[in-house]
Every structure is written in structure tokens, then in C-alpha cells.
Ligand binder design. Structure first.
Ligand code: NAD
Length: 323
């Protein structure tokens, strides 16, 4: 039985990855610090359905100080998704947290994984490593991050490359704007859906013409699973994107149609570090992983909307349970 360590296991993407690996017959050890970037109870809910499965165990621990020799005991492959997300919050005094959780934590894990001889480590990098210049609009151009967050993701990716050069079979996947059930509450689709369901005004930053390569979480998970086991050159870096760049205004339009109500928009200034366009180049992932995105934006948004509705019903019924 393959033993997988998933860091960031209780997060949005990590929890889906754990479910998928367990469903494929792997033993999964999740490690998560349940950080407070958003409500840790939400993260507990994310993995609640896995806790009774004997193929899953969770270690509550921080990569910065956890006993990694124990976490890696018997582990064949590692999916490293733990990190501090968020472009706009990475400016200013909180940058040290980004360095700690994205760079130092990754280096500590890479060191331990090298020592234990794991057969593959996959790092969850980001489209945020690309910047804004014309030469980098098309992904696989030279990375030049436009935010401190992007700088830390690129630094970690570079560390992955350095350890790959010394014999660890480590690779990076650059995820593009992931959406779907359990999406983080700071992300656009999550905020828009919650506003529409509440009948609240909805805030769009910038002119709404900024384009993102929104990618459904199941497609991200599938690429990550493939990367854990595929024959890849050490240090490989692959974009994982939907290949259908879409404007934020179009995203709002889809959500209005799915929810069945018109959005009342507030506009706010562009946020520092937001780039006008992201667009992945998925040729390498197609060739090297045999992977392709399968979920179109409307279908994926409908699934995310269903999740928002379900957790609302759940919290209403919990509120009715007498104390
Ligand atoms: P998330 O915040 O939901 O999940 C990250 C998890 O990592 C959290 O549960 C957090 O508690 C945990 N964590 C953070 N620091 C830790 C540490 N030091 N030790 C142990 N656990 C720690 O975020 P997500 O959206 O699921 O993102 C997962 C990964 O994918 C992140 O590395 C992120 O940078 C990357 N990524 C996400 C997106 C996206 O659109 N969501 C896009 C590109 C890259």
C-alpha cells in the first residue's frame, strides 16, 4: 500500500487531495497546523468525513517545528500543499509569516524528505510566480512575481529545484486560481457566492476586466495525483490551469445566472499585487502527465454553489439543535 504524506491536508485543496488518494487505495497521513488565516473550524469540517477512515490519519503540527522524521516514517511520496496563501495580505508587516510558512517550512520538509529518501515530493506552487510584464502574460515566460506572496512561492519552488539537483525527486505544479467546494473564504468566487446568497452588495476590485485561468479543484487534484506517481524529470515545473482564461466580470455573470439573482456591484480600487491576466500553458502537463482539465467553469461553479447552499442548511439545522 502506498503511504502518502499530505501537508496542508485540512485546507481547501489538501482536503480534496486526501479524499481522492484514500479513494484510490492509498494510506494518507495528513499534516496541518490549522492556522488562523481563516477559521480553523472550517478546516476541521473539511476533513471531518475522513476521520473515521482507517486509511487516513491526521497529525496536528507545524512544519516549522514538527517531528518530521516521525511524520515521514514509512512515507513513499509527499504532496506539499501547506502554506500561507493570499496575494494582498502578503504586503507589509505580515511578510515574515509568508517567509516562515512558505519558504522556511518548505526547506525543512525538503531536508527531511531528502534524508528519508522519499521517492517523490510534489510542491504546490502558484501562478503568482508570474508577474505582469508582456513577456510573462503567457505562462512559462520568465517568472517575475508581482507580490511578496509570489516571491515566497517562487523561492520555495527554487528550493525544490535545488533539492531535486541533489537527488530528491521533487517537482512543482503551478496551480492557477483554484475554485470549487470548500474554497477559501478570501477568494473571489467564494465571496461573490456568499454575497449573492445573502442579497448583499458584492465588491469587485479593479475594473473586473482582469482575467484569471480559473481551475476546478478536482482537476487540480487529478494533476497532483498524477505528478506524485508519474515518471518526471526531477525539478520539473508544470502549469496546471483550465486553459480558459475568463474575466472577473464574466465570473460574476455566471454566478448571477446560477444563483438566479442580479448582483449589486460595488467597485473598489485594484488591489496591490493583483495582475491583469493569468493564463496557464498546459502543454507540458498534457505531455508529461497525460493530464487535461475536464470541468468547465459553469459546471464547476454549480458544484461550488451547491456546497455553499449545503453548509448553510447544515449550520441552520445545527442552530436549531437545543443546547
Ligand atoms: P488553504 O489555506 O486552504 O490550505 C493550506 C493549509 O496549510 C491550511 O490548512 C493551513 O492550516 C496549513 N498550513 C499553513 N502553514 C502550515 C505549516 N507551517 N505547517 C502545517 N500546516 C500549515 O489554502 P489552499 O487554497 O488549499 O492552498 C493550498 C496550497 O496551494 C498553498 O500552498 C497555496 O499557496 C497553493 N495554491 C493555491 C491556489 C488557490 O487558488 N487556492 C493557487 C495557487 C497555489
Amino acid at each position: 500500500m502506498t503511504q502518502v504524506l499530505v501537508t496542508g491536508a485540512a485546507g481547501f485543496i489538501g482536503s480534496h487531495l486526501c479524499e481522492s488518494l484514500v479513494a484510490r487505495g492509498c494510506d494518507v497521513r495528513g499534516l496541518d497546523a490549522f492556522t488562523t488565516f481563516y477559521d480553523p473550524n472550517r478546516k476541521r469540517d473539511n476533513i471531518d468525513g475522513l476521520l473515521d477512515d482507517p486509511a487516513f490519519e491526521v497529525i496536528e503540527g507545524d512544519l516549522l517545528n514538527a517531528r518530521l522524521d516521525e511524520a515521514l516514517d514509512g512515507v513513499d511520496v509527499v504532496a506539499h500543499l501547506a502554506g500561507e496563501p493570499g496575494v494582498t495580505t502578503s504586503w507589509g508587516p505580515d511578510f515574515d509569516r509568508y517567509v516562515d510558512r512558505n519558504v522556511l517550512a518548505t526547506q525543512r520538509l525538503l531536508e527531511a524528505a531528502s534524508a528519508r529518501g522519499v521517492s517523490r515530493l510534489v510542491y504546490a506552487s502558484s501562478s503568482s510566480v508570474y508577474g505582469t510584464g508582456a513577456d510573462v502574460l503567457k505562462a512559462n515566460g520568465e517568472p517575475r512575481p508581482a507580490s511578496p506572496y509570489g516571491v515566497t512561492k517562487l523561492a520555495a519552488e527554487t528550493l525544490v529545484g535545488a533539492y531535486a539537483g541533489t537527488g530528491l525527486s521533487a517537482v512543482s505544479l503551478r496551480y492557477f486560481s483554484v475554485y470549487g467546494p470548500r474554497q477559501r473564504p478570501d477568494m473571489a468566487a467564494h465571496r461573490f457566492i456568499e454575497s449573492l446568497l445573502d442579497g448583499r452588495r458584492l465588491t469587485v476590485f479593479g475594473d473586473g476586466l482582469q482575467v484569471r485561468d480559473f481551475t476546478f479543484v478536482d482537476d487540480i487534484v487529478e494533476a497532483t495525483v498524477q505528478a506524485l506517481f508519474a515518471d518526471l524529470p526531477p525539478g520539473a515545473v508544470l502549469d496546471v490551469a483550465s486553459n480558459h482564461p475568463t474575466s472577473v466580470n464574466t465570473l460574476v455573470g455566471h454566478l448571477e445566472a446560477l444563483v438566479g439573482s442580479e448582483a449589486r456591484l460595488d467597485t473598489a480600487g485594484e488591489r496591490r499585487g493583483d495582475v491583469p491576466r493569468t493564463e496557464g500553458d498546459i502543454d507540458a502537463a498534457r505531455e508529461q502527465l497525460g493530464w487535461r482539465p475536464t470541468v468547465d467553469l459553469r459546471t464547476g461553479l454549480q458544484r461550488q454553489l451547491d456546497w455553499h447552499r449545503a453548509i448553510r442548511v447544515q449550520s441552520q439545522s445545527m442552530a436549531r439543535v437545543p443546547a
